[in-house]
Design a protein around this ligand. Structure first.
Ligand code: SME
Length: 158
């Protein structure tokens, strides 16, 4: 019997197939919708891209969000600086958390690295504290890896 971990999760099967679309905005828009559809208790799911020395919002599902985020601010800024996953169980405990939606209580921010350079990040917000677990971390790391491969394959730039 094969180990569960040897199978790609359902959400990542869907994300991989959506990334076959060669138009970058179309692809990212559908991936954000796919994450929002598969995960319960989200109030925001989408992307920030690295552009001209800051982070700029990309396709997303949810309320209108901060358009520009400096590298030295917020959970997304820390994700950029540390090139690492930020799982925030209680956003109220993070002094420089940027509240795009006052309902947000926890957040998961996963870097999208291309050739070890930050291209952007997947950002998820939840109105529930402690919403994100190792399952979502693993799945979103896998999604970020698929996105990184799609960026190289389609020669996307931003
Ligand atoms: N909370 C983020 C800002 C982006 S919104 O959550 C969509 C942050 O602290 O960087």
């Amino acid at each position: 019997m094969k180990c569960y971990n040897s199978f790609m999760s359902m959400i990542n099967e869907q994300i991989k197939s959506l990334l076959e679309e060669s138009n970058m905005i179309a692809s990212f828009a559908n991936v954000s919708a796919c994450i929002n559809m598969n995960y319960d208790n989200l109030n925001w799911a989408g992307f920030y891209f690295v552009k001209n020395g800051e982070l700029v919002v990309g396709p997303f599902q949810g309320k209108p969000a901060c358009t520009h985020i400096p590298f030295d601010k917020g959970v997304c800024g820390r994700c950029y600086r540390e090139k690492s996953v930020q799982k925030v169980d209680d956003v109220l405990a993070v002094a420089d958390h940027i509240a795009c939606d006052a309902a947000s209580r926890s957040e998961l921010c996963v870097p999208i690295l291309v050739n070890n350079e930050m291209f952007g990040m997947i950002d998820l917000d939840s109105p529930r504290k402690n919403r994100f677990t190792e399952k979502e971390v693993k799945e979103m790391l896998e999604a970020a890896d698929s996105i990184s491969q799609a960026i190289l394959r389609h020669h996307w730039s931003y």
